[in-house]
Design a protein around this ligand. Structure first.
Ligand SMILES: Nc1ncnc2c1ncn2[C@@H]1O[C@H](COP(=O)(O)OP(=O)(O)OP(=O)(O)O)[C@@H](O)[C@H]1O
Ligand SMILES: [Mg+2]
Length: 278
């Protein structure tokens, strides 16, 4: 392990020499990073490069194999679940899967974390809080709907309202715009910008969507094979000299992958006949 290049107080969230292994697979390798308060940091990189695993370490939903994680200067990666539950109330998260509880109404989805963490809130105050959070994302009036009755974009907005229910200091987003059409994606981007501007929230967002990354990011970090290979603002990333970065941001397949795909194609042709798929 190399000497720490970041100190616990260098940012609101600090990751120091983080390595994560699953079995023999090294998913994150000696990553050090300080995340600045009130800014939006976007993590990009190809599918499977460890973006979600990285994000989970920030609230210790995964524990490091090596290295440390700090929140406001306090080490958090070795805390027990009870202590973590307290820390996590300062975070909102909008994760890739299962963002909303399908069996609960929009109202109950947003009230859920509040009921869990704030013991003494009367129903009228709670109604007001739910209304205010829904209004922030343009969804006031949908309180009695179930998630199944909403579009994908509306569900993401409700998930966002729930993420801010406890007035978090940090929001973690995993693929906030994936699966949405360009206009709905842009609405989500605008909401992320609005939360950052109006509430001065610190955001960390993981995405493959470069349009979204350029729009919301103060800083973009590219992960590749477990390491940070680029780190800078949107212009820096746009003009990055590395072929790997350019291939990724322009959505092009690299020469090595292309060769492998072409080889795979010829083999596949000889291995299968159309009847195999009937
Ligand atoms: N709990 C786990 N156990 C074993 N391997 C895991 C676990 N979670 C993730 N991995 C592996 O870690 C690697 C990184 O996964 P991760 O979900 O972070 O990728 P990602 O960059 O978020 O990809 P995508 O863009 O497709 O969401 C993958 O190879 C994945 O299979
Ligand atoms: Mg992911």
């Amino acid at each position: 392990m190399s000497r720490p290049t970041v100190q616990p107080d260098d940012g609101i969230l600090v990751v120091q020499n983080l390595t994560k292994r699953f079995g023999r697979a090294v998913v994150l390798e000696d990553i050090s990073l300080a995340i600045e308060e009130s800014k939006t940091t976007v993590v990009i990189g190809p599918s499977g490069c460890g973006k979600t695993v990285f994000l989970k370490h920030l609230i210790v939903l995964e524990r490091p194999s090596e290295g440390k994680v700090f929140f406001r200067g306090q080490r958090i990666d070795h805390l027990d679940e009870k202590e973590l539950a307290e820390i996590r109330t300062k975070f909102g998260f909008c994760f890739q899967m299962g963002a909303l509880f399908d069996s609960l109404t929009v109202y109950e989805n947003i009230a859920f974390p509040v009921r869990q963490h704030v013991k003494s809130m009367d129903e009228k105050t709670l109604d007001g809080l739910v209304k205010q959070k829904l209004a922030l994302v343009g969804m006031d009036g949908y309180q009695q709907h179930y998630p199944a009755e909403l579009s994908g974009g509306q569900r993401k907005r409700v998930a966002l309202a729930r993420a801010i229910a406890l007035n978090p200091e940090v929001i973690l987003y995993d693929e906030p715009t994936t699966g949405l059409d360009p206009i709905t994606s842009d609405i989500i981007n605008e909401l992320i910008l609005k939360l950052q501007k109006e509430l001065k929230i610190t955001s960390v967002a993981v995405t493959h969507d470069m349009k979204s990354a350029y729009k919301i990011a103060d800083r973009i970090i590219m992960l590749y094979k477990g390491k940070i290979i680029a780190d800078g603002d949107a212009d820096y990333i746009r003009n990055h000299p590395s072929d790997l970065v350019q291939q990724f941001i322009q959505g092009k397949v690299g020469p090595a992958e292309l060769a492998a795909l072409r080889l795979g194609g010829t083999q596949a042709e000889s291995q299968f006949s159309p009847d195999d798929f009937r």
